[in-house]
Design a protein around this ligand. Structure first.
Ligand code: COA
Ligand code: UVW
Length: 314
């Protein structure tokens, strides 16, 4: 399998896309931006103070941005009835709101933040300004998990705290699309603590129903549920626990039944299983805005910037 990032770079080479990095005061961000700038495939734009950022980088400072009036007016319009002009002026001094508005106004193609901000601080501006695509009710956060040639998608690891069956069905369909977009054949496992009725409870029924709803949303989707993780990934265990299942230990997309399970699960695979965790990639938004874990490295920032730019081409 070709290297994921080589594939992405080839696609982006002539696209001339720019990505906003609002956390100009974080050294991991600066280090990633310098590497991106040097490669010259995507153009990083830092939000911060010119005098505090290496001169090789493009910097925009909300405190002296010449088109702030235009941004304020567009923000008041987008948040009609929810913010006044005075409030907008103050809110847009926040680097995440400011950067997200630059994406909304098409002054850049995407945004990556979250190295120094919580997920809520990073994604709330996107939920309020960029919003979900028509037909998508909620965004969700997927990780591409990579180890050698192995690639999986895990979701939702970032956004929906207590998903309903409807939410899980949408997460399954969106995660299958994310997998396909990044060269992974989607085979979706709807995870639970039960395999095909081995336990019965409100929680397991929620996943069974979600599996049915996902098939209604997309009749072409290759999906199985409810499954325990071992039955979704180990063929011998699938043969024992779920011999009639359409997936036989070959799942590639894992949909977790709650944010607790998803967020803990991806971090275990990353920290004990030595998988590289790329994301969270926000699914279903009108333009790509992606979060980082505060535990990220400069390399993680660099890679998520490429993933974000690639999403802008989808
Ligand atoms: C994502 C999160 C911050 C949203 O919470 P919130 O801002 O309090 O949400 P609210 O209900 O106040 O909604 C704010 C706006 O976002 C929208 N929104 C909320 N959740 C959304 C979702 N999943 N998808 C799309 N829009 C959403 C609302 O419709 C609302 O829009 P409006 O102001 O235009 O009406 C919250 O769900 C959260 O904290 N999730 C967990 C994040 C986390 O810590 N993850 C672990 C680390 S990755
Ligand atoms: C994705 C995630 O868990 O983010 P953080 O580690 O910043 O909470």
């Amino acid at each position: 399998m070709a290297d994921l990032f080589q594939e992405i770079k080839e696609k982006l080479r002539d696209a001339k896309l720019s990505i906003i990095l609002p956390e100009g005061n974080d050294e991991r961000i600066i280090s990633a931006a310098l590497k991106l700038q040097e490669e010259g495939i995507i153009h990083p734009i830092i939000i911060g103070k010119k005098e505090e950022v290496p001169s090789a980088l493009t910097v925009i400072n909300p405190q002296n941005y010449e088109k702030m009036d235009e941004l304020v007016a567009a923000f008041v319009e987008r948040r009609k009835g929810k913010v006044t002009e005075e409030q907008a002026q103050e809110i847009l001094q926040d680097v995440n709101y400011f950067g997200t508005m630059l994406v909304y106004m098409k002054k850049a193609n995407g945004l990556v933040s979250g190295a120094a901000h919580t997920t809520a601080e990073t994604v709330r501006p996107a939920l309020q300004i960029i919003k979900t695509k028509p037909g998508i009710s909620k965004t969700s956060g997927a990780f591409i998990m990579v180890k050698g040639e192995t690639r999986y998608v895990f979701a939702d690891c970032a956004i929906t705290i207590s998903p309903t069956s409807e939410d899980l069905a949408e997460i399954a369909v969106e995660s299958a699309k994310t997998a396909a977009a990044f060269g992974i054949k989607p085979k979706v496992a709807m995870l639970s603590f039960s395999t095909k009725g081995s336990a019965q409870s409100e929680e397991t029924e929620k996943v069974v129903r979600a599996t049915e709803l996902a098939k209604e949303l997309d009749s072409t989707i290759l999906i199985e549920g409810e499954l325990q993780f071992d039955a979704s990934i180990v063929p011998a265990i699938a043969a024992k626990k779920a011999p009639d299942a359409v997936l036989q230990g070959d799942a590639t997309v894992f949909v977790f039944p709650s944010l607790e399970a998803g967020n803990i699960g991806y971090k275990i695979a990353q920290r004990l299983g030595e998988f590289e965790a790329i994301g969270p990639i926000l699914q279903g938004l009108n333009a790509p805005v992606n979060d980082l874990s505060r535990g990220c490295s400069a390399e993680d920032v660099y890679k998520l910037a490429y993933i974000t730019a690639a999403q802008a081409l989808i």
